[in-house]
Design a protein around this ligand. Structure first.
Ligand SMILES: [Zn+2]
Length: 234
């Protein structure tokens, strides 16, 4: 199981790690700053630095279902590091920070639209959530609410509760299609001031002002009473 350094500190940009496995153009390490694809957030990209001076591009990161190891995917044909080797992992921080800002913006979208969430995903520069809403919401009102929440600068904090406490507080789960990350004995709650509190395994900025100005790109009908709201940086 790879130790996830970004869980406690999403601002870590690099770390040292020991290579634990190499297979099919990917490698695993004992610990990492790379977020693996999941919860609607893409896997991180960046570079691996070997002690011999070689640098490899890491083009994606995802979690192996059974082992819980994070596979860091490299470009085809490169010489991968060796098992037992100590390497340095560096994030493409500019991209990750944009993903953190947009991910945090999705929490604010949950505040701006008080309806059940049925799905969502984040890209570099934009993000979308699907809401179970019978009538179309007002685009201008949502955009104004989002930007107000950004300006109000709500601080982010993390709280950990047990699986049992989580099971007793199902009202905290906003995304109907995503079960909270349970099974390890504890669940991480992400809190933005007094505006939003929900279990989430993604990476977030330290306060909402860091999201910056945003605009609602579109509101589309997807299915019977499903509304897809897409937001981008203004
Ligand atoms: Zn989140």
């Amino acid at each position: 199981m790879t130790r996830e350094l970004f869980r406690e500190d999403s601002y870590l940009k690099c770390c040292e790690a020991i290579v634990t496995a190499v297979e099919d153009g990917a490698f695993c390490v004992d610990q990492t700053v790379f977020y693996p694809l999941g919860g609607g957030q893409p896997g991180d990209t960046g570079t691996l630095h070997r002690s011999n001076g070689d640098t490899l591009s890491i083009i994606d990161c995802y979690r192996h279902r059974e082992s819980n190891n994070h596979l860091h995917l490299c470009e085809e044909g490169v010489i991968l590091p060796e098992v037992g080797e100590t390497v340095t992992l560096k994030l493409n921080w500019e991209r990750r920070h944009r993903l953190m800002r947009m991910h945090s913006c999705m929490h604010m979208l949950c505040v701006a639209v008080p309806a059940p969430v049925t799905g969502g995903s984040i890209r570099d520069g934009s993000g979308r959530l699907d809401f179970d809403l019978p009538s179309p919401p007002d685009k201008e009102v949502i955009q104004a609410t989002l930007n107000r929440l950004v300006i109000e600068d709500h601080p982010m904090s993390l709280m950990w509760i047990t699986d049992e406490e989580m099971a007793a507080q199902q009202e905290l789960v906003r995304t109907m299609s995503v079960t909270p990350p349970m099974g390890t004995g504890r669940v991480r709650l992400v809190k933005f001031g007094d505006t939003d509190l929900q279990p989430c395994g993604g990476t977030h900025v330290s306060s909402t002002a860091e999201i910056g100005p945003v605009r609602v790109l579109s509101i589309k009908k997807k299915g019977k009473q499903n509304r897809r709201i897409t937001v981008e940086f203004a």
